[in-house]
Design a protein around this ligand. Sequence first.
Ligand SMILES: [Ca+2]
Ligand SMILES: [Ca+2]
Ligand SMILES: [Ca+2]
Ligand SMILES: [Ca+2]
Length: 656
Amino acid sequence: MKSFERRKRRPGEFATIRAEMKRRNCLMRRYRLVILVASVLTVGTADTSAGLLRHTFAVVLQDMRGAVQAQSNSEPAKAGGDSAPGAQAPAQKDDDGITLRRRVDVINPYRVQFRDVTSEAGIHFHHERAASPQKLYLETMGPGVAWIDYNNDGYLDAFFVNSGLTPFFHPDSAPQPALYRNNRDGTFTDVTAESKIRTDGTFFFGVAVADYDNDGFPDIYMTGYRHSVLLHNNRDGTFTDVTAKAGVGDDGAWATAAGWFDYDHDGKLDLLVTNYVQYDEDHPELCGEEPTGHRDYCHPDKFKGSAAKLYHNNGDGTFTDVTEKAGLTNTDGKSLAVVLADLDGDGWPDIFIANDTQRNFLYLNNGDGTFRDATRKANVGFSEDGRAEAGMSADAADVMNNGLLYLFVSHLDFELNRLYRNNGDGTFTDFTIASGVGQTNILNSSFGARFFDFDNDGWRDLLVINGHILDDIPLHHPEVTYEEEKTLYRNMGEARFVDVTRTEGKDFRAKHVGRGLAVGDYDNDGWQDFLVSNNGEDAQLFRNEGGSSPEAKGNHWLAVKLIGVTSNRDGIGAAIRVRAGDFSSYDQVKGGMSYCSAQDPRVFFGLGAHDRVDTLIVRWPSGYVQEMKDVPADTVVQVTEGVGAKALKYPAPHPR
Ligand SMILES: [Ca+2]
Ligand SMILES: [Ca+2]
Ligand SMILES: [Ca+2]
Ligand SMILES: [Ca+2]
């Protein structure tokens, strides 16, 4: 009787049972995964800690919740065909056999996307590659890109570096850089002509921006081949080339990355210029395959390295080359990136340089105008297995929210990009594999890279711009392309990075020959945007659409703009700590970063659910410590050294 009754089910009941069984199976699979992951972590990883384990559990549990949610969302619509409000489209299967929607729920839960707004913003800068059949080495490197608020209206303007003339490339007019003014309504206007920025055919690569003369307006340093240029901002929209008087031309060298910092704490910003290789374009090495005559861009091993230069700011518009005095003469360098930050926490800014095929350099500041090479002791010169890699980009950030700056260096294809964990005792540990920033990018050649909290959840994420050096790379490695996707990693907490590139739109995933990356909030909405410079292609502006994501609505932010009085006016070298409840985040106003590019000078903090900051503490390079209490979130706070803080209001869009 009972068995007969069981056979007589109500219509639709079988479907419900099937759904329930499927849900239970799904949960069981995930419980098994929890146990598996826990076992692997406990047994197999040197970096296992209670925190990481907790985090892994949290991720997997979140995944389970996401799966349950997705399950309930995919249940059939009720009789009558009404679809529930907020019902989601059927999930797409991806090639891992896991539904893409579930992956998005877990790895990009706030659904923050970047949109290519280059064209609608009115930016139409094209980098001239200066390509020749001879494949001059200069052609494939560069360019960088910059954010600079040149007219000091609180809105970031954009500056693009261009190439120049070579013995094999001499058009009627030399390629020119470009300055675009931010119209405060999402668009830009090309103001290059009125800015009087015009170059003479010098081949430029990178850019560093800072207010070196403390007059309140940011100035521009452009790195170039055989000659670099300092452009003083005249405060009326025009710039003057003051290189000769300043004595910072770096003549004869191939300058790449540069950065500003006040290494001797005298209140005046000094200039660190890194140089690549000793290269003679008039008698170029021609590289490639001899028998076939097939030309290729040279390998850096063909050339000798070139030492960086440190220029001390004398405060009267002139600088003195103090490279030797400071102990920085090292011709092993084939440098492409620099980050200037206090890496050992002693209050003095240090120098980290990424070198191509040579070890990186870490120079710690002795506090007496000299530096010591601490690379080997600090363990940041090589990959974990002792190889010097390609070193195209560098950044430093607190990705653990523990007050220690980790170092990131990007590399070529078939090398892993490296993350070095700061152990807080002057040493670092290669954290690449454990952190997850290496593997998914193995076929890409990574140039510009920056840490920033793209979804404002309180954890700094990582954006990497890719593009190969060799335009014929598929001939050598068919699986590698010249144009490459960008890579976005989300920090899932405690420096566990997950590649979320596939959760971004097609604009973001379009392939380019990526080089420079400048991160900045050009529309002052608190969601950080970015500029990309591509070799031989149009530059790109990506807008962070986080502000219009319903899922991200609960995430808050705070930006800090510093005005130094005793310290250098830009506050470069200042350390900032933010506390909100049990949340704490730390950063510094750093010099250099990324690949040959200049970043938003403000420091941004994602705050997650915190809509107020309990304390904001600024430790200025002068040593003065300034503390502000109960600061509202979702605003740019301007802190003037020793004076006070105010929330900046941005003027309404002005008529065009
Ligand atoms: Ca200035
Ligand atoms: Ca100084
Ligand atoms: Ca984040
Ligand atoms: Ca923005």
